[in-house]
Design a protein around this ligand. Structure first.
Ligand code: MG
Length: 383
């Protein structure tokens, strides 16, 4: 069995607001359609993915979606006027390329999970046609003129979801025979006389239609882990002086570090690692060296600003690792004080902070004792 996936993304979907078709709007930073593509691409049994686009959306797809699905082999084709026209066009474009089964998925269901896809595939393998659905649990009323006129038995009612899976020849033929624009592919298959197996859907696999659905989807995604890593690197040259400041610790030394602020090269690297993890540039962006007010400034101002930004954006610092590269001064005797100082400023435990040092074996500018370099890594976790 070779399975192709068809993602139908040709709809205009403007009801959700935002001035863009809903599949191009972002959900926690990633466009809805890109999430749908990634979800299907993550399933090991899916051999190829084709996205059916509205003819006007070529440039939009390249600009908005392509950067988020880098590395996923994809084909695209143009859809038609109705959804069923788009599916038919997609089925024609994948035929003859080796797939013998197809999963047809709505771009507006970005939260589909691997287990659900597997259930559809397993049933489709058995019967040739399968689709996920959720039983209706609410009481269903009939209403007339604003009052309840009856109750609809819900025992045999289901809410349909996608992806819906079919033998490729079966669903192609069903669409070719289709007289009127069916709402979904199950209707097309049934109209052609095929039984469709119902498999268990997922409460998470919601269809995004209106603005409320975006909020609901964001809540569902809120439970996902969001971990960010950033790095920072800095160099300051030695100049005349009697001490250096590293991670806020004053160390007596025959030379000082030259710089606009207190030249705390290690704290600068740590600060840039935090900004980096947030995608928020570097110290120079927030404290331009052209501004006189930062001259001689203690570098904890910069670090405190970055820590505040981490908190404001809903993250916590998980750990920080800083390496100081120099021949002199000796860092080891001061490393614990540096960790304690960084712990105090960042508000995290000292055991989540590492400060270590290395020489560069007398090579390069640090080896010639012309200055000190520092690099740092920081990991942030969404709270
Ligand atoms: Mg610096």
């Amino acid at each position: 069995m070779t399975i192709a996936a068809l993602i139908v993304a040709a709809g205009r979907g403007l009801r959700a607001g935002g001035g863009l078709p809903k599949q191009y709007r972002t959900l926690k930073g990633i466009p809805v359609l890109a999430r749908a593509i990634r979800a299907l691409a993550a399933h090991p049994d899916i051999a190829e993915i084709t996205v059916v686009l509205h003819p006007d959306d070529e440039a939009r797809f390249e600009a908005i979606i392509a950067p988020h699905v880098d590395g996923i082999p994809l084909a695209t084709c143009h859809g038609g006027k109705e959804r069923s026209d788009s599916v038919a066009a997609g089925l024609e474009s994948i035929s003859g390329q080796g797939a013998d089964h197809v999963l047809i998925h709505d771009a507006a269901r970005p939260l589909v999970d691997l287990a659900l896809i597997s259930r559809v595939i397993d049933a489709m393998r058995e019967t040739g046609a399968a689709a996920p659905a959720m039983p209706v649990t609410d009481t269903l009323w009939q209403g007339t003129g604003g009052t309840v006129s009856g109750v609809v038995p819900r025992e045999r009612l289901f809410r349909a979801q996608t992806p819906q899976g079919f033998r490729l020849d079966l669903i192609r033929q069903a669409h070719q025979m289709l007289k009127d624009a069916a709402t979904d592919d199950v209707s097309a298959a049934r109209a052609a006389g095929h039984e469709v197996t119902i498999v268990e859907g997922s409460a998470r696999n919601i269809k995004i239609t209106g603005p409320d659905d975006f909020a609901l989807a964001e809540n569902l995604l809120g439970k996902e882990m969001d971990i960010r890593t950033g790095n920072g690197f800095d160099v300051h040259a030695f100049t005349e002086g009697d001490h250096v400041t590293l991670c806020g610790v004053r160390i007596a030394h025959g030379r000082a570090l030259s710089g606009h602020s207190d030249a705390d090269v290690a704290m600068h690297a740590v600060t840039d690692a935090l900004y980096g993890a947030l995608g928020a540039g570097d110290i120079g962006r927030w404290f331009p060296p052209t501004e006189a007010q930062w001259k001689g400034a203690a570098s904890d101002i910069f670090l405190r600003h970055a820590v505040e930004m981490v908190t404001e954006r809903g993250f916590a610092i998980s750990n920080i690792d800083c390496t100081i590269i120099c021949e002199t001064p000796k860092i080891g005797p001061h490393a614990q004080a540096m960790r304690a100082n960084l712990a105090q400023i960042t508000g995290i435990d000292a055991d989540r902070i590492s400060v270590k040092a290395t020489t560069s074996e007398r090579l390069g500018f640090t080896g010639r004792k012309e200055g000190i370099a520092a690099l740092a890594t920081a990991t942030l976790v969404k709270t």
